[in-house]
Each structure stands twice: as structure tokens, then as C-alpha cells.
Design a protein around this ligand. Structure first.
Ligand SMILES: C=C(O[C@@H]1C=C(C(=O)O)C=C[C@H]1O)C(=O)O
Length: 103
């Protein structure tokens, strides 16, 4: 015996299956939320390109990070993770905005 549990063969314990159903529902919600968020940020990108505004707004991002870190702390989520996750999303948004503006 190596001490490493064997992979589950067929039968998944009921408790694990229940937790995985919750995880799948949450992942579905996250995909829908991200789709809505990117739909809104695409419109922001078009607006910014039309108005000749820069893709990124560091002041706005600092406010968002402060707000999200506080929310994360209140809800038991690691604020460092919350900030990294936010930065990951915003980097993609900026990439889209640059593309919309032809940069
Ligand atoms: C969406 C915007 O553009 C950028 C992306 C942001 C975001 O994804 O939340 C926030 C600020 C900007 O750097 C915006 O200015 O509101």
C-alpha cells in the first residue's frame, strides 16, 4: 500500500456526489456571471474607443480592489486570491479594449 487512495471506480460516494452537484451549479453561475460581465465591458470598450479614452482606468481599479478585498474578508474568502482573480479578469478586459480600439 502506498498510502495514496485508489481513484474512485464507478461508484462515487453520495456525499461527494452531492458536493460535486453544488460545485457544478456554482461553476455554471460563474460562467453566466462572467458572460454578463464581459458583455458589459465590451460595451465599455466601444464607448471608450469612441470617446478616445484609454483602455485602463487605474483609479477605478484601485477602488474596485479595495471594495472586493473588504467583501472577501467579510465573507471568508482570501483577499489575496480575490485581488489576483480580479486582476486576471481585468487584464483580459484591457486586452479586449485594446483590440476594439485597434491597438
Ligand atoms: C470596464 C472598464 O475598463 C477597465 C476594466 C475594468 C473592469 O474590468 O472592471 C475596470 C477599469 C478599467 O481599467 C471601466 O473603465 O469601467
Amino acid at each position: 500500500m502506498s498510502g495514496v487512495p485508489a481513484p474512485l471506480g464507478g461508484e462515487v460516494p453520495a456525499e461527494l456526489a452531492g458536493l460535486r452537484r453544488s460545485i457544478d451549479n456554482i461553476d455554471s453561475a460563474l460562467v453566466h456571471l462572467m458572460a454578463e460581465r464581459f458583455r458589459a465591458t465590451q460595451e465599455v470598450g466601444v464607448l471608450k474607443a469612441t470617446l478616445g479614452l484609454p483602455a485602463s482606468d487605474p483609479t477605478r481599479e484601485r477602488e474596485q480592489v479595495a471594495r472586493l478585498r473588504a467583501l472577501a474578508e467579510d465573507s471568508g474568502l482570501d483577499p489575496v486570491f480575490a485581488e489576483k482573480f480580479f486582476a486576471f479578469i481585468v487584464a483580459e478586459v484591457i486586452r479586449h479594449h485594446d483590440a476594439i480600439a485597434g491597438r
